[in-house]
Write a protein that binds this ligand. Structure first.
Ligand code: DX5
Ligand code: ZN
Length: 217
């Protein structure tokens, strides 16, 4: 079995205690950073200064999920602010291929993603050029939503496509991932799980991470 990476989403953390929250997830693999612009998605989260603060406070891989229109305008800024990986939505730009190239030229890991209502075919032209594919299992914009069941089928399809081309790209899943469904998500082919409310939501991030790890045993 592949070793699954866990990527807690700091969107669900207590921003007033961001440093402590990042320390509480230091045993995780990545920190997932959800940037929302109030245009591409109907919510505004945070941007460059918060990423820079997180970067300064933590050695974790900063996995930045850009839910913003025309992300190519800001790729360099997010790279400079400390992103290790940058993931762009196919729906957010007419030039997703160029955006992926730009991320790589900046020396960062390039990710591509799509909303639950977007046909998977939109991924195929860039599949061989990315380090990560993110399957959204909720409509992006908010934490704490319910996992959309047919996401499992979408994960299986992309797993097959990646295997067919011999790609070692991460297959990440984001939205409604919890100890209840983590096993099924990994069985469908995911290598990397984002979790916000399941990690930070109840009795602290350490306990949340522990529950996810138990579920994956
Ligand atoms: C949704 C974000 C997610 C969100 C996940 O728009 O992309 O990363 O933080 O939160 P949970 O795990 O609570 O669904
Ligand atoms: Zn996200």
């Amino acid at each position: 079995a592949r070793r699954v990476k866990l990527a807690p989403s700091i969107l669900a953390s207590d921003f007033a205690r961001l440093g402590d929250e990042l320390r509480a997830i230091e045993s995780a693999d990545w920190a997932h950073v959800d940037v929302m612009d109030g245009q591409f998605v109907p919510n505004i989260s945070f941007g460059l200064p918060i990423l820079a603060a997180a970067r300064a406070a933590s050695p974790l891989f900063m996995d930045v999920h850009l839910m913003i229109d025309r992300p190519e305008r800001y790729l360099r800024d997010f790279a400079d602010a400390g992103a290790d990986g940058l993931t762009v939505h196919v729906e957010s730009t007419a030039h997703v291929h160029r955006a992926v190239q730009q991320i790589r030229e900046l020396g960062k890991k390039a990710g591509v993603t799509l909303n639950p209502g977007t046909p998977l075919e939109a991924l195929r032209p860039v599949l061989a050029d990315v380090d990560l594919v993110l399957i959204m299992s909720v409509n992006p914009g908010f934490g704490g939503q319910k996992f959309i069941p047919n996401s499992l089928e979408r994960i299986r399809t992309v797993r097959r496509w990646l295997d067919e081309i011999g790609s070692a790209a991460e297959l990440q899943v984001d939205g409604g991932v919890s100890a209840t469904n983590a096993r099924a998500v990994v069985a469908a082919g995911a290598s990397n799980l984002v979790a916000g409310s399941a990690v930070f939501g109840r009795d602290g991030a350490q306990a949340g991470l522990e529950r996810l790890r138990e579920a994956l045993k």
